[in-house]
Design a protein around this ligand. Structure first.
Ligand code: PHE
Length: 451
């Protein structure tokens, strides 16, 4: 650094300290620009203040829609699904084994190619447009996903890679990876989780191979769309694909959970498949949704140069499956580096039966907060503040009162926040400090007013 730069650096540090800012070191752009960005201590919009962000070694210019937070960036590149002895890796290996053992090509090689290291930074085109997500679809809202800028985001689902891999000529593949969504805070929701995508395409011969003579069935038609099929598909094509898809996933669920697991198909809607379903499995007396799936929209295949084929796709949530399989009660545990957690999954054979044993039962501290909210208040902004400040100490945030003042029409919300450390005890004082930090940040960042 030149003398001038050093002085400026000192001034900025001083300013930051006085104003409660944290300094993040991002990258050195040129010898003249200082390698810093300032972000408010309790900000959800920390990264908006920076010109460039470095994410997994690449830099991105920030703009008015940047909303990714330092807490989220911290989680990137961990690749939990590839970490030996991690429950997500064990379940991944079981699912891969299921596909490799049951699906082979003509040369007896595994039919499904596996991709588990594709970067989670994708373009909005990959995440939405390539999947026919309409421009006004709610999933595009800034309150739903993490954006680096107007061009790049953190993938919200592994479906973002479907089109590219089909373009590469693949007919059957699995994509595994971390996905990012702004969401509620409770035992089964975390802003980063892991998905496995599966896609299989068929030629006419392959789809109808069980019929022997395929000359009497029609593959495509110019018909109409209804609840059971797309316009380009004949009813035979659609039903055959549905059966193949549901058998594949039913057998997978039996393979993971045993033959007596209870499951049900629920009709669903996704812009990129039709018809679409969700698979739910029974867990502790309740139905738990574990995957979404359907018949791939033919338009996606034709844009990707595979219009002579038809296909199905599914996307499953790995944490959900692992929680059910190993009786893991809280999604935050997947991020634990505590050996009392990890050692329980230290096995060679992924088929080993494991039931998670809680290693510490800490008591929670529960604090309520109620406040008036501005008209443009978004719950997910509040949840991001809670996660930024409380981190994994926050177990649950519950909206327990929603009220509109009869005269002034002002809106008020009351949240109950449960704090619990998973590995050690948490003092009331510690929790209260975090709680006040959250409220202060809400006031500063979102314009809420404590009641
Ligand atoms: N991408 C969907 C989700 O994340 C799941 C899905 C994948 C649905 C493939 C249909 C086909 O919810």
């Amino acid at each position: 650094f030149s003398c001038e730069e050093k002085m400026m650096w000192k001034r900025i540090q001083c300013f930051a300290k006085l104003n409660g800012y944290h300094i993040y070191l991002w990258e050195r752009q040129s010898s003249l620009s200082l390698p810093i960005s300032l972000s408010r201590k309790y900000s959800v919009k920390t990264s908006c203040d920076v010109d460039t962000l470095t994410v997994l070694g690449n830099s991105y210019n920030t703009d008015k829609i940047t909303n990714v937070t330092p807490k989220i960036l911290e989680k990137m590149g961990k690749n939990l699904h590839c970490k030996h002895n991690h429950p997500l890796n064990l379940i991944t290996r079981r699912i891969e084994n299921y596909f490799n053992n049951n699906y082979r090509n003509n040369w007896r090689a595994p039919m499904f190619s596996k991709f588990d290291r594709i970067s989670p930074v994708v373009t909005l085109t990959q995440n939405f447009d390539s999947l026919l997500v309409p421009s006004d679809h709610p999933s595009r809202a800034l309150s739903e996903s993490y954006y680096l800028n107007s061009e790049y985001m953190l993938r919200a689902h592994t479906s973002a890679h479907q089109s590219d891999l089909i373009k590469q000529g693949l007919d059957a593949f699995l994509v595994l990876g971390d996905v990012y969504r702004r969401d509620t805070v409770d035992a089964s929701h975390y802003p980063v989780f892991h998905q496995m995508e599966g896609v299989r395409l068929f030629s006419k011969q392959e789809l109808f191979s069980h019929l022997g003579d395929t000359s009497r069935v029609t593959f495509f038609e110019n018909g109409s769309r209804d609840a059971t099929k797309q316009e380009r598909h004949t009813i035979e094509t659609s039903l055959c694909l549905e059966e193949n898809l549901k058998n594949t996933l039913r057998n997978l669920a039996n393979n993971l959970f045993g033959d007596d697991v209870e499951m049900q198909w629920v009709d669903a809607y996704f812009p990129f498949t039709h018809p679409s379903w969700e698979l739910e499995i029974k867990y502790q007396g309740e139905w738990l949704e574990v995957l979404g799936c359907g018949i791939v929209e033919q338009e996606i295949l034709s844009s990707a140069g595979a219009d002579s084929r038809v296909g199905w796709a599914f996307g499953l949530g790995l944490e959900r499956l692992a929680m059910r399989l190993y009786s893991i009660p809280d999604i935050r545990l997947f991020w634990s580096e505590d050996s009392r957690f990890l050692d329980q999954f230290n096995v060679e054979d992924p088929n080993t039966k494991i039931t998670y044993k809680p290693f510490s039962k800490q008591s929670p501290v529960i604090n309520d907060v109620s406040f008036w909210v501005p008209d443009d208040f978004s719950e997910n902004d509040f949840y991001d503040i809670v996660r930024n400040i409380g981190g994994d100490i926050v177990e649950n945030v519950e909206l327990f009162d929603n009220f509109v003042h009869p005269k002034t029409k002002r809106k008020s919300k009351a949240y109950r926040i449960t704090y619990r450390h998973m590995e050690r005890s948490l003092t009331k004082r510690e929790a209260n400090e975090i709680h006040s930090g959250i409220v202060a940040a809400g006031v500063q960042q979102l314009g809420i007013q404590e009641r």
